[in-house]
Design a protein around this ligand. Structure first.
Ligand code: SAM
Ligand code: SF4
Length: 318
């Protein structure tokens, strides 16, 4: 599928729940989200219908996300069924890692090829603070388990937060020296409930290159990736910079997003959503709605003009 600006759309992110076992300060309000009635959240079989329609239309990469996808009941069944869809080349998950020691092996067997784990600090007290109660050791155990299993890619996502983790940038970069792991720094984005925190704590990705000048730019393995990659000499892993604000990557964006309540969004920051719920049992109609979303995909986000989503990040899945 090509959008109206000629971008080839190959990648879909499916949020399978808006619930989470953590409460990261930049992602969720302290009180948590208003729990949606289960009838508002899609069933496992609905996600599979959407995934099949997406792959039929040429999507070859799917990422499962949340909320926290591993708290969703039936996640393994869902992953097994999506993993079996012919034509899917890359099947990934983004998780906070807390439940990976329990589920990583089943995810691996079900065909997940790539695991992204969110981790914003390597200091236990700071982890407890930013996640409002999480244990760093659980997330680290999840990362170790994923490395042991040998997924094609294991990546750590670090959201850059001023006066919180700028003093740990070098420690994160050093993790790539000994382990085949990609550490990706993401610029903090403003979202509905959290935009004040985000605006006050934003740090441009280039700060990583200032703190670790020995990082060298390397060629792009995947030109559509939002990350630009760097490496320390002799390191096993890479360092990625994802800079949606300081260096917009909308011109190479190839993705669609499905929310847990059954809407399709063609841009993370767009207020335009298309409701898929009434068409889940009609594959052709479902495909027409997906094509409509692709045709309406905006050229770029407008966060710099103060345009904010009506949803929290936890509702969209990153
Ligand atoms: N619970 C999973 C996790 O934490 O990886 C998946 C969902 S989470 C919403 C997906 C990604 O969005 C995480 O890497 C998280 O750090 C990132 N994220 C959440 N809020 C953000 C914000 N305001 N700015 C930048 N990234 C954000
Ligand atoms: Fe949960 Fe992930 Fe959001 Fe943290 S970033 S609150 S782990 S959904």
């Amino acid at each position: 599928m090509k959008d109206s600006f000629g971008r080839e759309i190959k990648y879909a992110r499916i949020s399978i729940t808006d619930l989470c076992n953590l409460r990261c300060k930049y992602c969720m309000p302290e009180e948590g989200i208003t729990k949606k009635d289960c009838s508002e959240i899609l069933k496992i079989e609905d996600f599979i219908k959407i995934a099949k329609a997406l792959v039929d239309l040429g999507i070859d990469k799917i990422r499962i996300t949340g909320g926290e996808p591993l708290v969703r009941k039936g996640v393994i069944t869902l992953v097994r069924q999506i993993g079996a869809i012919e034509g899917l080349k890359t099947f990934a998950i983004t998780t906070n890692g807390i439940l990976l020691p329990k589920y990583a092996e089943e995810l691996y067997k079900a065909g997940i090829t790539s695991v992204n784990i969110s981790l914003d600090t390597l200091v236990p007290e700071k982890y407890k603070d930013i996640t409002r109660g999480g244990n760093l050791s659980d997330a680290l155990a999840g990362i170790e388990k994923s490395l042991e299993l040998g997924f094609d890619k294991v990546k750590i996502n670090v959201v850059l937060i001023q006066d919180f983790n700028d003093d740990e940038i070098e420690d994160f970069v050093r993790l790539t020296e000994q382990k085949p792991i990609d550490v990706r720094f993401i610029e903090l984005m403003p979202f509905k409930g959290q935009h004040e925190l985000a605006l006050g704590k934003y740090l441009p990705g280039d700060v990583v290159l200032e703190k670790v000048p020995e990082l060298r730019r390397i060629d792009d393995e995947d030109p559509s990736s939002p990350a630009r990659y760097y490496k320390l000499e002799g390191a096993l892993g890479r360092v990625g910079l994802i800079n949606p604000l300081s260096h917009k990557f909308c011109d190479r964006c190839n993705r669609l997003r499905i929310t847990a309540d059954g809407f399709i969004l063609s841009c993370l920051h767009s207020r335009k959503e298309i409701d898929l719920r009434g068409s889940l049992d009609e594959p052709e109609k479902l495909k027409q709605l997906i094509i409509k979303a692709v045709n309406e995909k905006p050229l770029s986000h407008k966060i710099e003009n103060g345009e904010l989503m009506d949803r929290d990040m936890v509702n969209i899945g990153g």
